[in-house]
Design a binder for this molecule. Structure first.
Ligand code: NAD
Length: 399
């Protein structure tokens, strides 16, 4: 009997995951997309033909698969019928509406996977699905497993490259009894790559998200900007200066202090995956970094970052920074605000994060933080524990 999975979303990742999974004999794929008329358009395209998925393998060779989901709909009840695993493959700002849509139809022992999750995924999911969280398992990957693009909507998508490895956390509700193992099953759906690694706990991953890098980098570069357009787009990583490196380092120390405080409060929780950003770079880019003498030099000399520039908008006068790019629009509410919130529950002061958030929220026209407290009027739009009324470290882990 086939295992039925649901893919939520209609973008690049949703196209690729649904076509990839549908190409496997043991899987039946449903798609739920709530955005505009995506479901209708996509369903029409595959009425009489399969979707084409072009995959570039690790060795650079390409192959095509031809397959299609058995159902593409915006009706959550139909989409959820008989589903054992739900994947959310949309940017973080779109997660909430999918949690809300699937909640009434969730059966016990369902696996919910954020692909990727991004900070606060589990907290928001638990809040929206309510009591049902204790009979489900909520997993999240650190990133999308592949770099991918839609070639032609509903018809053809392309996996440009698969990651070698990918971390995934799983938060099991106390009454949840999955009939299958989480990592092995998701691995079977993705195929050989990326190699999934089960991470120790989801809070550590929330603290280690990319969002601990992007907002400090943006604030460090643009916090004192004179407003004058630039002739060129400045390099993002290779342009790191002392002020940015210092901010990144201070944020890392605050996150490490939060991790230690959580371990003190909860002897059963292993936070060893939270490490300083400098160590993280040395571990993840051992061969690409030519100067490992400091965090600043490691970032400036990392070949993996060659030529990456700041998010900028071109105007008649020159380039100006884009403060609505995901480095702020996503990585503040679904990133640093979550980290700050976890640190608050752990009782750890976070002056560096507070300063960055005060600036970032102003650029976004939002208020999450007031002074050093997450009591701003828009905190409900972010995904900190405080956005969902949580007040203790225990609540993070006891589900
Ligand atoms: P995408 O940009 O293709 O997602 C667009 C889809 O999101 C739309 O088709 C729609 O289904 C939904 N959506 C957009 N606006 C919406 C709205 N206002 N309301 C509701 N739904 C809306 O995203 P993607 O490329 O599939 O990436 C998914 C996630 O993975 C993102 O967080 C992205 O940063 C991350 N990621 C993507 C890649 C990649 O190569 N595509 C690589 C690494 C990480």
């Amino acid at each position: 009997e086939k295992c039925r999975i649901l893919v939520c979303g209609g973008g690049n990742g949703a196209h690729c995951l649904s076509a990839l999974a549908a190409s496997k004999d043991n899987l039946d794929v449903h798609v739920l997309t709530l955005y505009q008329d995506e479901a209708e358009r996509w369903a029409k395209h595959v009425e009489n033909e399969n979707m084409k998925l072009t995959i570039t393998k690790q060795d650079g060779t390409q192959y095509d698969t031809f397959s299609k989901p058995s159902l593409i709909t915006k009706d959550a009840a139909k989409a959820m019928s008989g589903v054992e695993i739900v994947f959310l493959v949309v940017p973080a700002f779109a997660h909430a509406q999918y949690f809300t849509a699937i909640a009434p139809h969730l059966q016990p022992n369902t696996l919910i996977v954020g692909l990727p999750g991004q900070a606060g995924f589990e907290l928001q999911c638990r809040h929206i699905i309510g009591d049902k969280a204790s009979s489900c398992t909520i997993a999240a990957s650190e990133s999308l497993p592949f770099a991918c693009r839609i070639v032609e909507f509903g018809r053809h998508a392309r996996i440009l490259g698969l990651k070698d490895s990918l971390g995934m956390s799983a938060l099991k509700g106390k009454a949840c009894q999955l009939s299958f193992p989480v990592v092995e099953t998701v691995q079977g759906i993705l195929g050989e790559y990326p190699k999934l690694e089960l991470l120790k706990n989801y809070i550590a991953i929330n603290l280690m998200a990319d969002a601990n890098v992007h907002p400090p980098m943006m604030y460090g570069r643009w916090g004192n900007w004179d407003g004058k357009p630039l002739k060129e787009e400045p390099l993002f990583y290779q342009g790191v200066d002392d002020r940015q490196a210092d901010l990144l380092s201070r944020v890392s120390e605050e996150l490490l202090a939060a991790a230690k405080a959580i371990e003190q409060k909860r002897k059963d929780v292993d936070m060893s995956e939270v490490i300083h950003l400098f160590d993280w770079y040395k571990i993840h880019y051992p061969d690409q970094i030519t100067d490992k003498s400091s965090l600043k030099m490691a970032m400036r000399t990392n070949k993996a970052y060659d030529g990456l520039v700041h998010p900028m908008v071109k105007t008649d006068e020159g380039y100006v920074p884009n403060f609505n790019y995901r480095y702020t629009s996503e990585d503040v509410p679904f990133g640093m605000v979550v980290m700050k919130g976890i640190a608050d529950l752990a009782g750890v002061p976070t002056p560096a994060m507070d300063e960055i958030l005060a600036w970032g929220q102003q650029k976004l026209g939002k208020e999450y933080i007031v002074g050093s407290k997450l009591i701003g009027k828009d905190i409900g739009l972010a995904r900190a524990p405080q956005s969902f009324g949580m007040t203790s470290v225990d609540e993070l882990f006891d589900i």
